[in-house]
Design a protein around this ligand. Structure first.
Ligand SMILES: [Zn+2]
Length: 180
């Protein structure tokens, strides 16, 4: 066994070092030029790591997201009428329309009578086939309605709520007395 740096015979145990990125087997003298490296410790270094991976983060990121799509877009209220009128305007029968969009006639009949609501995919196909608008951005009314009740409640003080409570109970009390 010869030293890969100086070429001399290695007396005793050959040493493995990294010199400028190269793994070399060298003599004791030359080992001082590089960093010693060991193959065994590397394996023991990698094995404990998989266990220390942050698993909780993976669970936290798993959140149901599909509903977002449904809230941003919605069907027009009179989609059933719109579809029927547009179909009749084009002179199409249920069968013909069904063929165009690859859907069952029974399904179309249900949609036109408002018994069924087409999903986004089907509504989009009907839009294209009949050249009408069925999917519209969700009305802004809907969101504020839900939100409005909260801000007004937030503005009210606890005192207001208690007073309202008193008024309500008083009315009930008097009403109850009158009845009895
Ligand atoms: Zn050497």
């Amino acid at each position: 066994m010869r030293c890969e740096v100086c070429g001399r015979r290695i007396n005793g145990k050959p040493l493995k070092v990294i010199i400028e990125g190269a793994k070399l087997t060298v003599c004791i003298e030359c080992s001082k030029l590089g960093k010693p490296y060991y193959e065994e410790p590397k394996q023991s270094m990698t094995s404990p790591r998989p266990g220390t991976k942050p698993r909780p983060l993976m669970i936290q990121t798993k959140k149901p997201q599909p509903p977002k799509v449904d809230t941003s877009l919605e069907l027009v209220e009179n989609f059933d009428l719109k579809i029927r009128q547009a179909r009749e305007k084009l002179g199409l029968s249920h069968e013909e329309l069904g063929k165009r969009i690859n859907e069952k006639v029974s399904l179309l009949r249900k949609i036109e009578t408002g018994k069924m609501t087409p999903d986004n995919r089907l509504a989009t196909m009907l839009e294209h086939a009949l050249k009408i608008k069925l999917i519209v951005p969700a009305k802004e009314e809907k969101i504020p309605q839900a939100k409005l009740t909260r801000p007004s409640g937030r503005d009210m003080t606890l005192g207001d709520l208690i007073q309202m409570d008193k008024k309500g109970s008083e009315k009930e009390d008097t009403a109850g007395r009158r009845q009895s």
